[in-house]
Design a protein around this ligand. Structure first.
Ligand SMILES: Cc1ncc(COP(=O)(O)O)c(C=O)c1O
Length: 391
């Protein structure tokens, strides 16, 4: 046996990949598990999008390697989508870089900008990939706190106390995973000023911008942001295309060039039919977006009822694909509570501590199952409560 690298040995297995194996084993035993633990949209994209995919796949030239930065038409569509939704003008020639999902962008941004010994400011709780990517690049993850008391938003005074001469990058994500917190323009402006003062690259991860969010915001709309910030976005959640793997990085050309260079050694553009179908998805009209919002709203209402029944407390002020709820008092920790829901109700929700120390005491519930399944689950929980009262 040839040993994996120290880097690979240091990296623990991703919680969700392990848990999904456990869930498959339960299903093999005949249980039907309702998975509200993963932010994996269950709805299909617009049928026009799949038709475009099929038609494009039938073209003889569809199967070749593609340009490293994908087609100008895809970059134009992404740029127009940014203008429409966020009021941000991006030059499609060099301020938009298509990605194989934004997760890939997190890794390549880290490889492009971090040296061993650099420090990266990372939200706790937050999407776990930021820290793994930093460590893979040889840098050190320094966590900043997000807490209920501060609306799950960064405290610039705390960031000032954590910054050092080796701080190189700061990760932000609004609407937040897992908390759903939404930052205002003033919050983002303060963070841009902080990054500018310390010359830190601000990486804003924005995949939930268009889900149950009244005022979608791009950090690139903030004054001065183009000089110090880049933004990741994705079609995974906004267009129900998580398996397609299509994301983007937006920002100043010089920043994107560094990422494109690293990427060119690991991938060779995106499958042409996916690019062509993505253009159709990006051109979706208002009616398509609002139908999606209504579906998520109906699901969110049912999940709120479920959380009430379970005596979990939550705020409905957030946006995005999740409800972030405090577990009832008396439970040892969020893993124990998540295991209890799995064994008692065949329900999987994500334990909050997967997202960091400040996630302890919380669960994250994704809006990614149909209303009928949620209503059935709600009835099961209500009946369970009744039968335990009768005992
Ligand atoms: C905050 C955040 N960033 C990035 C991603 C990855 O998205 P993509 O499918 O574009 O790789 C996710 C996926 O859940 C996420 O929650």
């Amino acid at each position: 046996m040839i040993n994996p690298s120290a880097r690979a040995n240091k990296t623990g297995a991703y919680y969700f990949s392990q848990k999904l194996t456990e869930i498959s084993q339960l299903e093999a035993q005949g249980r039907t598990i309702l998975n509200l633990g993963i932010g994996n949209p269950d709805l299909a994209p617009d049928p026009k999008v799949t038709t475009a995919l099929i038609e494009a796949a039938c073209q003889a030239e569809a199967h070749q390697y593609q340009s490293y930065r994908c087609t100008p038409a895809l970059r134009q569509a992404l740029s127009a989508w940014y203008k429409r939704n966020f009021g941000v003008a991006l030059d499609y020639r060099d301020e938009v870089l298509p990605l194989i999902g934004s997760k890939e962008g997190i890794m390549h941004l880290s490889l492009a900008f971090l040296d061993p010994g650099d420090e990266v400011l990372i939200p706790d709780p937050g999407y776990p990939i930021y820290a793994n990517a930093a460590v893979a690049a040889g840098a050190k993850a320094i966590y900043y706190n997000l807490t209920a008391a501060k609306g799950w938003l960064p405290d610039v005074a705390e960031l000032e106390s954590l910054v050092s001469p080796t701080t190189k990058m700061l990760w932000l994500n609004f609407p937040g995973n897992p908390t759903g917190a939404v930052a205002s323009e003033a919050d983002l402006q303060a963070l841009v000023s902080f990054a500018d003062k310390h010359q830190i690259l601000l990486c804003h991860d924005n995949p939930y911008a268009l889900i149950l969010n009244e005022e979608p915001l791009s950090i690139l709309a903030i004054k001065g942001a183009m000089e110090v910030a880049v933004e990741l976005n994705s079609l995974s959640k906004s267009h129900n295309m998580p398996g397609w793997r299509l994301g983007m990085l937006a920002g100043k050309a010089a920043y994107l060039d560094a990422v494109a260079k690293m990427k060119s050694y690991s991938d060779t553009g995106i499958f042409r039919p996916i690019q062509e179908a993505a253009i159709v998805a990006l051109e979706a009209d208002e009616a398509w977006y609002s139908a999606l919002q209504s579906t998520y709203l109906q699901r969110r209402t049912l999940i709120c009822q479920l959380l009430d029944e379970l005596q979990c407390s939550y705020a409905t002020t957030g946006a995005g694909l999740y409800l972030w709820a405090a577990i009832p008092p008396g439970w040892q920790d969020s893993f124990a509570y998540s295991d209890y829901l799995l064994s008692t109700f065949d329900l999987f929700v994500a334990p909050g501590s997967v997202y960091g120390r400040n996630g302890e005491g919380y669960i994250r519930v994704a809006l990614t199952q149909p209303a009928e399944a949620l209503a059935q689950l709600l009835r099961r929980v209500q009946q369970h409560e009744l039968s335990s009262l009768q005992v």
